[in-house]
Every structure is written in structure tokens, then in C-alpha cells.
Design a protein. Structure first.
Lengths: 404, 147
């Protein structure tokens, strides 16, 4: 295998023999392209782009969810379903599929056809569409490779390189395709670090959408806390995981206008995955969690784990239920948290815990497929240590601030 | 002549953008709000908006010298794009707020409330937006010159 310098030398030799250099006049697009990769100008531009990303995401998802779908589900769908559902209101069948008969909104009813459908279609779907639309525009315009160059130095500190931004950003949509995208990283070490980091510290689009709905004023803090964790754990893993983290040559395409047809096709391809992969898991998740509640298993677990949840993490013991649901779908778990009475700070801790706790089952399967059994065990070991330390640290911060 | 006008225009405009950026940063960090006439410095992500405007102002001031040079013009264009991002998302957010009828109302908003969403006061980026559009003239002028 050639070293980086040897590779560059080889490129120089080949290009000298094969390329005829003519006169090239810089275009405005070239000059803007240069500005977006230089740290001094590129970082403020990247912040502006990420600001635009987040502001659009919030406005788009809020328009559909708060503007129309909350009303549709709470004022029309829920009362209609409560009226016509063919089962006695105190039966387990009604409890699983419609949920609490006294609930006046779909968030708190927690049935398959109420909370399950509302979370999947009413909250998560608009968030997923908004996320993938912007991601596609950034990809097709040529900005994403420039972001990779810009962040290359920072990611080298955690054993990765600029292209790791692709799985990281993809993971903000869904961790499953992001695990596959880790194949663009060269070494086993890099792939292990990336998959572990995305499984623990990157909330998916579904989760972001539901966080925006449940804790809109604290989402920024939660993301900041997760981002810090991403770099801290990355630094630690880079030190302790054996293996190489080589340099990479990035090919940067010129800026171009995204083509409507391509954007539409990519958006459909990515969103349709949500219908086939995520929605069945949300509905199945509600069924399993309701069954666990009905059989008393969650109450038993809540009591058994209360020293850990209340003592170490400082959250109510009822959060055990959502943590179990988080294994199936994290968005579902955050929605469940919203129905538990707790302080703002306990809510932030709970949401962070749900985020860094076990990856959802779909991601779990992908980790097993991509990393193998040994790699998965390593990721899980990192995860368990992180959950304990990070959750406890957050509780300690609240104690020191006098709000716990 | 056009070049000189552009340099003066973007110097003055850059100072305004920089000033608004600093104001948003200070007010955002202090967690306060400020309203004066049609101007309002408050709302979500105020510190971030201030940070972006601050750098946009610096880019304008950095780019005004020898505006015909492509790398200098690129700085001015980049600064304008940063303002367009903030203003664009603000306009999009106003549109998405103005259409639904609200919790108690019908599906769609009534005309009065719909129109009132667009009434002042506005955030600095929205006020700066029309003045930043002069950049488009310079982009087109350059395109015509190069052919």
C-alpha cells in the first residue's frame, strides 16, 4: 500500500504525462467554492448553511404537524376511533390498539392506531421529508464534499477523515443507511469508530422531529450535549482502538444547480424507505410496549431499576418503559416520555438517555451485519460505559446548578 | 465608475450588516429583545443569526476593494448568500405560520390574521434583504462582461 506522499507523487507523474494544461479562467463558482473550503471563511458559511438547514426543518415540520396533522389526529381521528372501535373500553384489545379511553390527544393515548400512527405519520414523516429534501439539495449542489474538506482536520482528531461527515449527516436522517455509508471509510478502525459514534450520539430525523414537538426549547441543549459526546468518545476511541486512520483524497465537484428530477427521485427513494422500514417498527413497538405494560413487566422493571434511574440518572422510575420502547423506535420512546410528569431538566436527561441508549433494533441489525459479532460487542461495551458516565454526569451538572 | 459605486455601496452596507450582527449578538447573549419602529431584534437563534450577520458584514468589508476581481466579488456574493439564507428561512417560516388556522380556528387562517403575520416589525436580515439584492446586478454584469 502506498503512503500519502507516494500517492501524491504518483498522481503528479501521471498527470504530467497525461494532462495538457491550457489557460483556465477562474469562474465565480470556482471562487465561491474556494471560500467554502477555507476555514476562516468556510466555517461561518457552514454555520449559515446549518442554520438554514435547521430553520427550514423546524418550519416545514411544524407547518404540517402543528398546523394540520395535530388537529386531524386529535380533533377528528381520535374521537372517531374511540367511538367506533369494536371492543369494550376496558378490554386489553382496546388498550393495545386505541390506548387510554380517557385520552384527549394522540400523544397520550398510546395505542397502535392513535399514538403509533400519529408519531409515524403526524410527526416523523414531515420531519423526514424536510431533512432528506435539504440533504439532497446540499449533495446535488456540491456543498457536502466541501463540508467534508472543511471538517477534515477536526475529524482527524477522532481517527476519521472529512468523508465521515457523509454517514454523520445521513445518520441525522436514519442510522440504517448511515451504517452502510460507513463503507466509504478505509480501515476497520475508522468504520468501528464511526458506527459506534453514530449509534450512540447521533439522533435520527424521526427522533429530532419528535424532540422538536416535545421539548422545542431544549432541543439545542440536547444536541450540543450529544455533539460534545460525539467528539469526546471519538477522541477516546481513537486512542484505545488499534488500527490506522489514513488520509484520503477528496474529489470536489464544481457547484451546480440541483436538477429537480434527481432531487425528486432521491427524496422519494429515501422517504419510501421510511414507510417500509420505520412505520412497521413503530406500530410493532407500541404493541410490544403495551403488552409489557399489561403483563406488569414494565412496572416490575421500573421498581427493580429505580435505584439506577432515580439515584444515578435522577429521572423518574417510569422512564424505564420508554427506555425499553427505545430499543424498537427512539421516536416512540421520546413521545412516551412526554406523557411522564417530570421537570425540564429531568426531561433533558431522559431525552439524552434515550438518544445514547441502545440503538434501535434496525440499527442493531445493521451494526451486526457491518461490524460482525466482535465489532458489535465492542460498540455495545462503549455504549454501556457512555450511558452510565454521560447520564450520571448530566445528573451531576443539574445537582451543581441546584436544579436537580 | 460602476466599480467605485459598488465599493462605496457595499462598504456602507457592510458596516450596517456588521452593526446589526453585533447588536444581535449582544442582545442574544443578554437574552433580551429590542424593538424600534419596523425593526425587531429578538426571536429564535438570535446569537446564531448575529454570528452569521457579523461575518457577512466582515465579508462585505473584505470584498469591497477591487470589486471587479473575481475573488473579491465572490466574498460579496458569499456575504449576500448568508443574508439570503437567514431572510429566506424567515420568510418561509412566516408563510408556514400564516396559512394554518391555529389551535382553536378552522383548517386555514382567516384573511386578517393571514395578512397580519406579514406586518412589521421585522428581523434585521429581512430589512437588509432588498439592499443585498444589488449583488445580483454585479453577478449579471460580470456574466455579460465575460460572455
Amino acid at each position: 500500500m502506498l503512503s500519502v506522499d507516494e500517492r501524491w507523487d504518483l498522481i503528479d507523474k501521471i498527470s504530467k504525462k497525461t494532462i495538457k494544461f491550457g489557460k483556465y479562467r477562474h469562474t465565480l463558482k470556482d471562487a465561491i467554492g474556494e471560500l467554502t473550503v477555507k476555514p476562516l471563511t468556510g466555517i461561518p458559511v457552514a454555520i449559515a448553511v446549518l442554520f438554514g438547514f435547521w430553520a427550514f426543518f423546524g418550519a416545514f415540520a411544524g407547518f404540517f404537524t402543528d398546523g394540520f396533522l395535530v388537529k386531524l389526529f386529535d380533533a377528528h381521528w381520535l374521537p372517531w376511533l374511540q367511538k367506533v372501535f369494536p371492543a369494550a373500553k376496558d378490554s386489553w384489545f382496546y388498550y393495545i390498539f386505541v390506548g387510554d379511553p380517557l385520552a384527549d390527544n394522540c400523544f397520550e393515548a398510546f395505542g397502535v392506531f392513535t399514538s403509533g400512527l400519529f408519531v409515524a405519520i403526524g410527526v416523523v414523516l414531515p420531519a423526514i421529508v424536510a431533512f432528506y429534501l435539504i440533504l439532497t439539495l446540499l449533495e446535488d449542489s456540491g456543498y457536502l464534499p466541501r463540508l467534508a474538506v472543511l471538517i477534515d482536520t477536526a475529524l482527524h482528531k477522532i481517527g476519521l477523515h472529512g468523508y465521515a461527515i457523509v454517514p454523520s449527516i445521513l445518520s441525522l436522517g436514519c442510522n440504517v443507511p448511515a451504517c452502510t455509508a460507513c463503507r466509504i471509510l478505509e480501515t476497520k478502525k475508522q468504520r468501528f469508530i464511526m458506527m459506534t459514534l453514530l449509534a450512540i450520539f447521533i439522533p435520527c430525523g424521526a427522533q429530532l422531529g419528535i424532540m422538536l414537538e416535545v421539548i422545542p426549547e431544549s432541543v439545542g441543549w440536547v444536541i450540543l450535549y450529544l455533539l460534545l459526546g460525539y467528539f469526546i468518545l471519538g477522541l477516546v476511541l481513537n486512542k484505545i482502538v488499534p488500527g490506522k486512520s489514513p488520509e484520503i483524497l477528496l474529489d470536489i465537484p464544481p457547484y451546480q444547480k440541483p436538477m429537480l428530477g434527481n432531487v425528486g427521485r432521491k427524496l422519494w427513494m429515501r422517504t419510501s424507505r421510511f414507510f417500509t422500514v420505520a412505520i412497521p417498527f413503530v406500530l410493532l413497538g407500541v404493541i410490544i410496549v403495551n403488552l409489557l405494560y399489561l403483563t406488569g413487566i414494565i412496572d416490575w422493571l421500573a421498581k427493580a431499576l429505580s435505584p439506577l434511574s432515580m439515584g444515578w440518572f435522577g429521572v423518574p422510575k417510569e422512564t424505564v418503559g420508554p427506555l425499553i420502547a427505545a430499543f424498537l423506535r427512539k421516536d416512540l420512546a421520546v413521545a412516551q416520555l412526554s406523557a411522564i410528569e417530570m421537570t425540564k431538566y429531568q426531561m433533558i436527561t431522559s431525552v439524552v438517555l434515550v438518544s445514547i441508549y441502545f440503538p434501535c433494533v434496525a440499527t442493531f441489525v445493521m451494526l451486526l451485519k457491518e461490524e460482525g459479532g466482535k465489532g458489535l460487542l465492542g460498540s455495545l461495551a462503549a455504549l454501556v460505559v457512555t450511558v452510565f458516565l454521560y447520564g450520571g454526569l448530566l445528573h451531576l451538572i443539574w445537582i451543581l446548578l441546584g436544579v436537580a | 465608475m460602476k466599480n467605485k459605486f459598488g465599493s462605496v455601496y457595499f462598504s456602507v452596507f457592510g458596516l450596517f450588516v456588521l452593526g446589526f450582527g453585533i447588536a444581535e449578538l449582544i442582545i442574544g447573549i443578554a437574552s433580551k429583545s429590542f424593538t424600534w419602529g419596523i425593526l425587531e431584534i429578538s426571536g429564535e437563534f438570535l446569537v446564531w443569526r448575529g454570528f452569521i450577520l457579523f461575518f457577512a458584514g466582515l465579508f462585505y468589508l473584505e470584498g469591497v476593494k477591487n470589486l471587479v476581481e473575481i475573488h473579491q466579488l465572490a466574498k460579496v456574493v458569499m456575504a449576500s448568500i448568508m443574508i439570503w439564507i437567514i431572510a429566506g428561512t424567515q420568510i418561509f417560516s412566516l408563510i408556514t405560520e400564516s396559512i394554518p388556522g391555529g389551535e382553536e380556528g378552522g383548517w386555514l387562517n382567516n384573511w386578517r390574521d393571514f395578512l397580519s403575520t406579514y406586518s412589521p416589525p421585522y428581523i434585521p436580515s429581512l430589512i437588509l434583504l432588498p439592499f443585498s439584492l444589488v449583488t445580483i446586478y454585479y453577478i449579471c454584469a460580470r456574466k455579460n462582461k465575460v460572455g
